[in-house]
Design a binder for this molecule. Structure first.
Ligand code: PHE
Length: 347
């Protein structure tokens, strides 16, 4: 009986065959094991203990053989499943990357300013003293030129920090450098006899300052610089453009309606603008400073070759991170640069 059962179970090629074998050997009604059990009734009383023991042994072996066959078939069934290709399965979703929140912000800003007629231009991140300071009317003695407040590249130029040379190289500390480059290029392109052309540009990019990182400071951040030079440009134009810019930007976000956005100017000082203002926008019942602005200083216009009697202009420089943090309620600037996907995936 045991040998027969073992052979039948072992040779069962699929679940149906195994079930047929099970009915034949261990079936509750007509199985061979059942028949053997029934046969126990005719065994002599004295032989019963030994026969019972033998029966249990046989029963155990048959059941074990069945269990083994079951396992064998279950194993090959999963193997079969693995190999089968089910075209109706939904499949594993691809993990898509996404643009960094600052990259998204920059794209939106460029888009908004483009609609206001400003062309986006780029400038180098490695700058010289002339474009970062001198042409911007920032004198040698100005605290902003302190070597400790700037990333000078002493090896690249052979010049050390503090060397008084317009060619000393540094990582730009502000995007106002681009104002100078654009105006220089404009003037250089003027054919003699033509008046110098109007300028209407923005520049978005990284700037560097050796600040200790905390919730609101990071040694690298982004600025959006704007410059408009034309005949009869006034402070009112500056304020209108900044208000439209801020309203459009926050309207694109989920948060506040554009009618709730207000821009405030506070008197300030920058060597390259006169008058100068700090720009605030309303935020949670108070004001948040987003950058500086003003009317381009006549000294700057003169330094690049414009005639301040002919044209005027405004310039502004705003912190991109600040503006983005307000939009997304990000409370720590460092979160933007830790490259934690769980954080970045939210935007
Ligand atoms: N460059 C200034 C800064 O980084 C901001 C500014 C830009 C101010 C243009 C006035 C005009 O702080």
């Amino acid at each position: 009986l045991v040998e027969g059962a073992k052979a039948a179970f072992a040779s069962a090629a699929d679940a149906d065959a195994l079930e047929a074998a099970r009915v034949e050997y261990v079936g509750a009604k007509a199985g061979k094991l059942k028949a053997a059990q029934k046969g126990m009734g005719s065994v002599d009383k004295g032989d019963k203990p030994a026969a019972g023991k033998k029966f249990n042994e046989v029963k155990g072996l048959v059941e074990a053989a069945f269990a083994a066959a079951q396992e064998r078939l279950a194993g090959s069934a999963t193997k079969g499943e693995q190999e089968a290709f089910d075209a109706t399965e939904p499949g594993d979703p691809l993990r898509l990357g996404r643009l960094h929140p600052i990259t998204q912000t920059i794209a939106e800003m460029r888009d908004i300013m483009g609609r206001l007629g400003f062309t986006a231009v780029e400038g180098p991140e490695i700058e010289d003293d002339w474009h970062n300071f001198v042409a911007l009317n920032i004198p040698e003695t100005h605290p902003a030129r302190d070597p400790l407040d700037n990333f000078y590249l002493s090896t690249a130029s052979g010049l050390a920090a503090g060397d008084s040379d317009d060619n000393a190289l540094l990582l730009r500390s502000q995007t106002s450098t681009v104002q100078i480059r654009v105006m220089e290029d404009c003037i250089a392109g003027v054919a003699s006899g033509d008046g110098p052309p109007p300028v209407r540009i923005i520049s978005l990019g990284r700037v560097y300052r050796p600040d200790t990182a905390d919730a609101t400071h990071y040694p690298m951040f982004h600025q959006i610089e704007g410059l408009l030079i034309d005949k009869g440009v006034t402070m009112a134009d500056l304020k209108s453009v900044l208000r439209l810019f801020c309203q459009s930007f926050y309207q694109m976000g989920e948060g506040q309606g554009s009618e709730d956005i207000h821009v405030r100017f506070r008197p300030s000082f920058f060597p390259f603008t006169e008058p100068s203002v700090e720009v605030d926008i309303n935020w949670q019942g108070g004001w948040m400073e987003i950058g500086g602005a003003g009317m381009v200083d006549p000294n700057v216009l003169r330094a690049v070759g414009y005639d301040p009697e002919e044209v005027t202009g405004f310039a502004f420089g705003l912190g991109v991170e600040r503006i983005a943090m307000r939009r997304h309620n990000i409370t720590d600037i460092r979160a933007l640069y830790e490259n934690d996907v769980r954080f970045l995936e939210q935007f």
